[in-house]
Design a protein around this ligand. Structure first.
Ligand code: TYD
Ligand code: MG
Length: 460
C-alpha cells in the first residue's frame, strides 16, 4: 500500500488524521486541521529491528550525584522562579500573550548573563538585529558583548550555536522557527513540535541551556500543541494586564525547583524592574471609608498580595438583574449572591451587581470569596468597613467560611503594612501573639458572622 505523504494535523492538540475533518475528534476544536507533510521517520517505524542486547538498570547508590550547575542572571525574581538559576542543558519555555514583555525580560536576562561573564546567544525570528540592539540600549545594556542573531532556520541556528558554544541559547519565539526538512509552515503544530524536539536534543547533547519564547493563544494556552509543555523541563508563564504595568512570572512546571515561586515585576520605560516587596503594590490610590470596597489577601505563588475588591449594587431598571465581574469569576459572583440571599436574607434579586478587582489583578483563589461578599453587602447597606480591615476565606454553599492555605502569612504581611482588623476563617493560627500584638483577629465560622464582624448587625 502506498502511504500518502500528507496527513492532517489538528493545530490545537496535535491529533493527526489521514483525511480532513471539520472538527477534531480528540479535542473538539472546529476547523483546526491543516495539511502537513508526514514526518520522514513515520513510515519505517514499524520495521525497527529487535533491540540489541539487554539494557542494564543502575542502582541508585551507584549513580554519581552531581550538584546541578545553575547559571544566575542576577535578576533575583527570575532566578528564584527558575528554582535558583538556569540549569545547564535544560530546556525552558516562557509563555505569555503578545506585548506582555517576553522579549524584554529575556533580552534583559541575556544582558545580565553576559555582564556576569557568561556567553548567551540571543536569536530573534521576529526582530532585526538593529531592533534588538535598540531594545538592548533601552534596557541600559547597549555596550555589552552580547551575541545577537536574526534567523528562523533552526538547522542553521543550531549549527551556528554548536560552533560558537554559548552557555545559553535564547530563541525568540518558537513559532517563528522552522525545521527545513519539514514541509509545513513555521508556527504549525508539526514545525513547533519538531523544532522543540530538535532543541531538546541539542540542549541535552551540548549541555547548553535553551530558553524558548512561546506565544499564547486567546484562551491562555501556549500556542500550538500542549505537547510542548511535556517536552520541556521548565514552563514559565508571564502574565499581567497590558493596561497596567505590573507583570507576574510563574513557574507552571519545573523539573529543578518548586512551582510555588513567583516573580513580580513592573514594566517601566527602562525595561522590567523587580518589585521586591509586592504585598502592598495594588493598594496605592485607595480611599478609606467608602462603601463597596474591601481589602483581601491573596497568595501569588507563596507570597501574599493584598488586593482591593470593589462591588456596586444598583437597582435593576428592567426585569432581569445584570451581573458582571472583572478580575473575578463571574459564576462565583452569582454563587455569592445566592448565598447572601439565602443565608443573610438579603434581597438582591432586584439589584444589578458589579464586581471589580482593582489594578488588573485576577483573583482566581477561593480566598477572595469573603472580601467580595463583604464588598457586596457593604455596597448594599452603603456602609463602609472599619479602616485597616483585612478579610480572606472561601465561602461555601451552606453559608460557611472555609479555611484557605497559609492564613498566618497573609495576616503577618498585612500586619506589617498597617492592617489591624482581621476577619479570617476559623482554625488554629500558628503564630505567636507577640508578632501581632495590636491585631484584632476575628475567626468567623459562617458568612453571617463574618459580615456581622465587618459591618455590624443589620439594624445598625
Ligand atoms: P515585548 O517584550 O516586545 O513583548 P513580547 O515579546 O511579549 O511580545 O514588550 C513590549 C512592550 O513592553 C511594549 O508595549 C513596550 C513595553 N516596553 C516598556 O514599557 N519599556 C521597555 O523598556 C521596553 C523594552 C518595552
Ligand atoms: Mg517579542
Amino acid at each position: 500500500m502506498v502511504k500518502s505523504k500528507y496527513h492532517y494535523v489538528c493545530q490545537s492538540c496535535g491529533y493527526s488524521s489521514p483525511k480532513w475533518l471539520g472538527r477534531c475528534p480528540e479535542c473538539g476544536a472546529w476547523d483546526s486541521l491543516t495539511e502537513e507533510a508526514q514526518p520522514l521517520a513515520a513510515a519505517s517505524r514499524s520495521y525497527l529491528p529487535a533491540a540489541q542486547g539487554v539494557l542494564e538498570p543502575k542502582k541508585l547508590s551507584g549513580i554519581a550525584q552531581q550538584e546541578v550547575g545553575r547559571l544566575t542572571s542576577g535578576i533575583r525574581e527570575l532566578d528564584r522562579v527558575l528554582g535558583g538559576g538556569l540549569v545547564r542543558g535544560s530546556l525552558v519555555l516562557l509563555g505569555g500573550s503578545p506585548g506582555i514583555g517576553k522579549s524584554t525580560i529575556l533580552l534583559d536576562a541575556a544582558l545580565c548573563y553576559s555582564k556576569k561573564g557568561l556567553k548567551p546567544l540571543y536569536v530573534s525570528g521576529e526582530e532585526s538585529e538593529e531592533q534588538t540592539a535598540l531594545r538592548a540600549k533601552r534596557l541600559g545594556g547597549g555596550q555589552a558583548e552580547l551575541a545577537i542573531l536574526t534567523a528562523t532556520d533552526l538547522n542553521a541556528i543550531l549549527q551556528t550555536a554548536q560552533k560558537m558554544k554559548p552557555d545559553i541559547l535564547i530563541i525568540d519565539s518558537i513559532q517563528t522557527m522552522y525545521w527545513p526538512a519539514l514541509a509545513a509552515g513555521a508556527g504549525s503544530v508539526g514545525q513547533v513540535r519538531e523544532c522543540t524536539a530538535q532543541l531538546l536534543q541539542f540542549a541535552k547533547t551540548t549541555n547548553i541551556a535553551c530558553l524558548l519564547i512561546g506565544h499564547v493563544t486567546k484562551d491562555g494556552t501556549i500556542a500550538g500543541p500542549r505537547l510542548l509543555e511535556h517536552m520541556v523541563d521548565v514552563v514559565l508563564q508571564f502574565d499581567g494586564d497590558r493596561s497596567y504595568n505590573f507583570r507576574i512570572l510563574r513557574a507552571l512546571k519545573n523539573r529543578f525547583g518548586s512551582t510555588q515561586e513567583s516573580g513580580i515585576f513592573s514594566m517601566e520605560a527602562g525595561g522590567l524592574k523587580e518589585v521586591a516587596n509586592p504585598a502592598g503594590l495594588f493598594l496605592e490610590n485607595r480611599r478609606e471609608g467608602v462603601s463597596g470596597s474591601t481589602i483581601g489577601a491573596l497568595l501569588e505563588g507563596n507570597r501574599p498580595i493584598l488586593a482591593e475588591f470593589q462591588a456596586l449594587l444598583a437597582k435593576t431598571p428592567y426585569g432581569l438583574p445584570r451581573r458582571t465581574a472583572v478580575g473575578f469569576d463571574y459564576n462565583r459572583v452569582n454563587l455569592l449572591i445566592a448565598v447572601l440571599e439565602r443565608h443573610l436574607n438579603l434581597d438582591l434579586g432586584s439589584y444589578d451587581a458589579y464586581v471589580n478587582v482593582v489594578g488588573g489583578l485576577k483573583a482566581a483563589e477561593p480566598a477572595a470569596d469573603l472580601p467580595v461578599a463583604a464588598a457586596l453587602v457593604s455596597s448594599y447597606r452603603s456602609k463602609s468597613l472599619p479602616a485597616l480591615t483585612l478579610l480572606f476565606g472561601e465561602v461555601g454553599l451552606t453559608g460557611e467560611v472555609r479555611k484557605v492555605a497559609e492564613p498566618e502569612r497573609r495576616i503577618l504581611e498585612a500586619y506589617a503594612l498597617g492592617f489591624r482588623n482581621f476577619i479570617v476563617p476559623k482554625g488554629r493560627l500558628q503564630m505567636r501573639r507577640e508578632q501581632v500584638t495590636e491585631a484584632r483577629i476575628y475567626q468567623a465560622g459562617t458568612l453571617a458572622e463574618a459580615i456581622g464582624a465587618a459591618l455590624g448587625s443589620k439594624d445598625k
